[in-house]
Write a protein that binds this ligand. Structure first.
Ligand code: SAM
Ligand code: GLN
Length: 300
């Protein structure tokens, strides 16, 4: 009779790494470590100093459940229930897009520009987890905001994040198709959006775990630009003269989105790349804004 194997931390990680690699996951060892940390409620460094520690039966049971979900391509953030974005851990559920690191750069640039406006009123269209507007309100204590989404599930998550991060008193939530349900005469200093921008035909080619995110958060229509057309067309009515728009964009969409802005009367436009060198953001405002130089300096 052979002895039952002892599942030490080292052994569990080695086994899972191989299993995840066989399933085609991109970061098998890292994913295994992150899931195990969540079960053991510890930092990754702790795993390394306790390699020989055996797992308890209930820890193994919980870990096995996580491993099965990840092997089935469920995003890590859905399994853990949160994702770090800017300064905070944001709650995420399958109702929301998992906030991306690229979007942090959009938030940083928008916060810098909004610093030129005394008490900025912000509008976040397609707020999802609320990552963008909740971070902006946290960074801009004089700002207040409105977060819009068509998805009631997403709005609920955004509300929870606003509460836990302490900005809920300065944030309204509106279930709306873009501007449709905003109050008559509402005006904003900043319209910011990371809208769905993947061309419909490309959705099928996305990585398996991205496909587990809501299609509503990804599908930008035939050329991926549907939401920019509609948001920019509506902006002259909702944006104050000294305000600006800030968009996240997908690969190769910079020139088209910049043109849409110019055609709608927003002549001050900057396109900026992300750290991977991909055009990722467009900022636009009307000629005559008091901080045009700062906006144009965002271009790279
Ligand atoms: N702002 C979040 C972020 O950056 O992580 C989520 C962005 S996600 C790419 C786009 C969001 O737009 C989704 O939450 C989706 O539900 C929402 N959305 C899709 N169509 C919409 C519409 N017609 N009106 C308002 N929101 C919409
Ligand atoms: N950044 C997401 C991706 O690469 C897309 C999000 C969006 O459509 N705004 O999958």
């Amino acid at each position: 009779m052979t002895a039952k194997p002892i599942w030490t931390i080292a052994r569990v990680l080695d086994w899972t790494k191989q299993y995840f690699a066989d399933k085609g996951l991109e970061n098998p060892r890292l994913d295994a470590e992150i899931l195990l940390c969540s079960v053991l409620n510890c930092q990754r460094i702790t795993l390394y100093v306790h390699f020989d520690q055996p797992l308890e039966e209930h820890e193994l049971a919980q870990y096995r459940g996580y491993v099965a979900r990840r092997a089935a391509q469920e995003p890590l953030a859905y399994i853990l229930g949160s994702r770090a974005f800017m300064k905070y851990d944001f709650k995420v559920t399958p109702d929301v897009l998992v906030p991306r690191p690229e979007t942090e750069l959009l938030v940083e640039c928008a916060a810098k520009l909004a610093g030129n406006i005394e008490k900025p009123e912000l509008l976040d269209i397609g707020t999802g987890s609320g990552a963008i507007i909740v971070s902006l309100l946290d960074m801009l204590p004089n700002a207040s905001g409105t977060a819009v989404d068509v998805s009631p599930g997403a709005l609920k998550v955004a509300q929870q994040n606003a509460e836990s991060i302490g900005v809920a008193q300065r944030l309204k939530f509106v279930r709306s198709d873009l501007y449709a349900n905003l109050l008559q005469g509402a005006k904003f200093d900043v319209i910011i959006s990371n809208p769905p921008y993947i061309p419909s035909a490309d959705i099928g080619t996305l990585a398996a775990d991205v496909k587990r995110e809501p299609r509503l958060a990804l599908d930008g229509g035939a050329d991926g630009l549907d939401f920019y057309r509609r948001i920019i067309a509506g902006a002259p009515k909702y944006l104050n003269d000294n305000g600006f728009m800030a968009f996240e964009i997908g690969i190769h969409q910079g020139a088209s989105v910049a043109d849409l802005c110019r055609q709608a009367g927003f002549g001050v436009v900057a396109v900026r790349h992300d750290y991977a060198g991909i055009e990722r953001m467009v900022f636009a405002a009307k000629e005559g804004i008091t901080y045009a130089d700062a906006l144009l300096e965002l271009a790279d």
